[in-house]
Design a protein around this ligand. Structure first.
Ligand code: AGP
Length: 608
């Protein structure tokens, strides 16, 4: 996902831009650049290396003068990572510099029209049409030029724009891609997310789709899509920059793995009032809830895997059909949704394009939308009817851990809250869950205290060519997440399989020494999973079985076991996933991979 920063103030723009881009590195990128206005012309610095190269090229920003500028980290969509394709892009007359996050879907048509008008292009990007359109429409009135340009664009954009004729004006425009204003002392800022702003100011304004902001060091003007002045509220960020720093860990991922007990505890507490679960003043009233006859869970990646756990938990507690589906599939299959459907959209970033599009699809069909999101004020949070925030704090590592864990907690709470209203679960079952939930943080801590055991096991996997994770029921849902964690940061091929499904084809891949991880947290299915372990073992697989403490003795010393603390059957995912987050981390460490910024990946995929 691309990252945008912008500065207008009394100090060095380059200093803010470089530090801001550094804070956005976690989003994933393959090139970066800044443009600063100095003496009516733009000073540009770009790289297809890391941000540290920009620091070096500009002597930490000291050799780029000026107090108006924009910066960008690019995650390539149109055109390979190259200096020509990296942002900022300039108009032919070099009056406009632009950075962009999103996709201009009609750029080919616009580009041809502009070429016919005599404009010359140097990149393969969709973005480059924007500065050219600004040049085309600019007759001295910058607002008119911006308005005319935005009207021509189809698709998604978050834009940072500066003009050589307006030495103090920073322009920001938003449609479907996130963009936030930072309201500072003698300066005003723009960024794709708050991590680039919070060390300068905690006062932010979240731009809505269709809004355009014109900032100077002392003023903020925001216009809505009709051109009327928008009256926006200033929000205050409730965490500080230390939360978005490594704090002594080698990687953000390990820091965030270790933060999970606290994040889970904070999330539990945020929905607990005098011992009762409360979801706040959500619009899903008891009356509406009682009419719900189907739940659709829609998400991508690990959020989808949290939803896969949620399916088992919610169906058990609510006795309502729960379908969990990939957002990219849901949005194009003409789903059967109506006003009696509750659609639960799960997203850590709240900016995943497929999940946002699926949300809008379901909303159009009359469904009540409940979002489970980590980033306050994000697009999905704002588009939903109700939002239940996870309290994970900023998650910087591309591979989610605390984001996933706190999503599980919110899904459990939703299930218990709804079951209480619907009367669909017996009192003992609900009491058992309410008694066990507060113990989850300390049980996660217990697993983390033995992380060196996982580091030892990781040695066995570091050179594997392919690893299989198998499980049944909630174990299968967790195996999906365990497999993704491993492959996305260690680049080792891995597959998650419903244990009962293996013999219907994939078992042909099992040969002597193939590592198979059998998740056996679901006690009542132990015997079934054991037979699958025997099947793969008979074909030479090296089996690692993951079981709750003293739950099961396999009586087979060839099977290595990994334990996690026993807990309520509906809550096992919260504990069983932890060893596999650690396993992925240590295997990737062993293989020398870039753990926080895995190749080709972005923290949030804001394009289709
Ligand atoms: C998980 O480790 C990955 N970073 C990825 O699968 C992620 O979960 C997915 O892109 C969804 O992101 P979201 O939760 O921000 O919507």
């Amino acid at each position: 996902m691309c990252g945008i920063v912008g500065y207008t103030g009394k100090s060095s723009a380059a200093e803010f831009l470089l530090n801001g881009l550094e804070k956005l590195e976690y989003r994933g990128y393959d090139s970066a650049g800044i443009a600063v206005l100095h003496d009516k012309s733009f000073e540009i610095s770009k790289t297809i290396e890391r941000i540290e190269t920009l620091f070096a090229q500009t002597s930490n920003g000291n050799n780029i003068k000026g107090s108006l500028g924009i910066g960008h980290t690019r995650w390539a969509t149109h055109g390979a990572p190259s200096l020509e394709n990296s942002h900022p892009h300039l108009s032919n007359d070099r009056k406009f510099a632009v950075v962009h996050n999103g996709i201009i879907e009609n750029y080919s048509v616009l580009k041809q029209e502009l070429i016919d008008d005599g404009f010359q292009f140097t990149s393969e990007t969709d973005t480059e049409v924007i500065p050219m359109l600004l040049q085309k429409y600019y007759k001295g009135d910058i607002k008119a030029a911006v308005t005319a340009t935005l009207k021509k664009l189809e698709g998604s954009f978050a834009l940072g724009i500066i003009c050589a004729d307006s030495p103090e004006t920073l322009i920001a425009a938003k449609r479907f891609s996130p963009l936030i204003l930072g309201i500072g002392e003698n300066c005003n800022l723009v960024a794709s997310d708050v991590t680039a702003l919070v060390s300068h100011t905690k006062n932010v304004i979240y731009l809505e789709d269709g809004e355009t902001a014109f900032l100077t060091p002392a003023s903020v003007e925001i216009y809505d899509s009709e051109g009327a002045m928008a009256n926006k509220r200033i929000s205050v960020i409730d965490w500080d920059i230390s939360s978005a720093q490594k704090s002594g860990y080698d990687h953000f991922m390990m820091k965030e793995i270790m933060e999970q007990p606290d994040c889970v505890k904070k999330t539990l507490e945020s929905y607990n009032k005098n011992g009762e679960i409360t979801l706040g003043n959500i619009k899903l009233t008891e009356q509406k809830l009682k009419k719900i006859n189907k739940i659709e869970i829609v998400a991508c990646g690990s959020a989808y895997h949290a939803g896969a756990v949620g399916k088992y938990v919610l169906e058990e507690l609510l006795r309502i059909p729960v379908n969990v589906e990939l957002a990219s599939e849901f949005r194009y299959r003409n789903p059967i949704i109506d006003s009696n459907t509750l659609t639960v959209v799960i997203s850590q970033s709240g900016e995943t394009a497929d999940s946002l599009a699926a949300l809008k699809e379901a909303k159009k069909m009359g469904s009540h939308i409940l979002a489970v999101v980590n980033v306050v004020g994000s697009s999905i949070a704002k588009a939903a009817d109700d939002v239940l925030y996870t309290r994970a704090g900023p998650e910087i590592a591309v591979a989610t851990t605390k984001g996933y864990s706190t999503q599980l907690i919110v899904l459990y709470l939703l299930g218990i809250w709804a079951a209480n209203i619907l009367g669909t679960a017996n009192k003992e079952q609900l009491k058992a869950l309410n008694d066990e939930l507060p113990l989850i943080p300390q049980k996660i801590s217990k697993i983390l205290s033995q992380k060196s055991l996982i580091q030892d096991i990781a040695q066995d996997f570091a050179n594997a060519k392919s690893i299989f994770f198998i499980g049944r029921n909630i174990d299968y849902a967790v195996s999906l997440e365990a497999s993704l964690k491993l492959k996305e940061i260690s680049y080792i091929h891995s597959e998650a399989y419903a244990a009962g499904e293996l013999k219907h084809g994939t078992i042909s891949l099992i040969e002597d020494g193939t590592p198979v991880v059998a998740l056996c947290g679901c006690k009542r299915l132990h015997d079934k999973t054991l037979s699958n372990i025997k099947e793969v073992g008979a074909r030479g697989a090296r089996v690692l079985a993951c079981v709750a403490d003293r739950d099961f003795n396999f009586k087979d010393d060839k099977i290595k076991t990994l334990n996690f603390p026993a807990t309520n059957p509906l809550l096992i995912a919260s504990l069983e996933v932890i060893p596999f987050q650690l396993l992925a981390y240590y295997v990737a460490l062993q293989n020398g991979c870039d753990i926080d910024k895995p190749r080709n990946l972005a923290k949030s995929v804001t394009v289709e």
